[in-house]
Design a protein around this ligand. Sequence first.
Ligand code: FAD
Length: 285
Amino acid sequence: MYTNQFSYHRVNTVQEAISLLQKNPDARLLAGGHSLIPAMKLRLSDPSALVDISRVAELKGIRQRGNTLVIGAMTTHSEIEDSALLKQLCPLLPEVAHIIGDPAVRNRGTLGGSLAHADPAADYPASMLALGASMKIVGSNGDRVVDADNFFTGMFATAIGSGEILTEIHVPVKTAGVGMAYETMMHPASRYAIVGVAAMVRMSGGVCQEARVGMTGAGHHAMRLSGLEAAVTGKPLDAATLSAACKSLVRPADLLGDHFASADYRAHLVDVYAQRALAAAAGKA
Ligand SMILES: Cc1cc2nc3c(=O)[nH]c(=O)nc-3n(C[C@H](O)[C@H](O)[C@H](O)COP(=O)(O)OP(=O)(O)OC[C@H]3O[C@@H](n4cnc5c(N)ncnc54)[C@H](O)[C@@H]3O)c2cc1C
């Protein structure tokens, strides 16, 4: 199916994009186009104008600023997968990028596009929650930074307001004793998460000092498993602790169910994949 007609605007700066969004409240930003264009073809989205931000240099690149990694919103999944800086200072993100879609998707799709789109089955959101990342959002009234806990507000919904652009993703640099991992049951065709769990743990003397666990795929949007984090903090992350802690973590009534996996099955998968993610993270700490 073809899209409806739309006007196309290519911009070179964030400010140009913001003023075009203000002039056309119905316009949408075009990043890699791997979620937006299919949605337009299916008439799930029908903007009258597209603002192409793929050539905005200030939205690209991965750099270290003190204890923070700053990733431009237009950074592609492939660039994240291949980044030597991320492999050293935040290995979770290259690990996640590696399993997204296929090479065509990874070469065009962007971190910012994935987070702004907030597909409930997308892989990055769980990692953003586990890492304690934050998002820089710019609009005509200036900029603000929203932490991942407050960024994903619903199914395909985020804290990005009308006329605003997600410009940067801020991720803390990995410190000593920290391990991180992502475990997912993938949809066999798209590789989107049926259930995905990301875990970050800080270990000292064999005991978990801090845990952050993010879940995607199962619910209406990515969310933290705060009860589990509290249950494992102060304990060794051995098989007995994890098996006891990863039981009935989420209620099926709060989850999605479809012909790939019922809500009951997804609830079971959350327990299994949370256990695997925490064990893998502890093994890497
Ligand atoms: C076949 C296929 C398989 C896939 N498999 C997976 C998978 O396994 N796991 C996974 O997580 N994802 C998967 N995806 C999705 C893929 O990761 C997309 O790249 C991603 O969801 C959207 O990124 P994009 O750059 O293409 O954004 P676009 O499609 O260009 O934009 C998506 C939405 O975000 C908005 N937007 C984009 N950038 C910004 C910004 N900087 N600020 C504010 N709003 C913005 C757009 O206006 C639009 O509404 C798959 C996609 C396809 C087509």
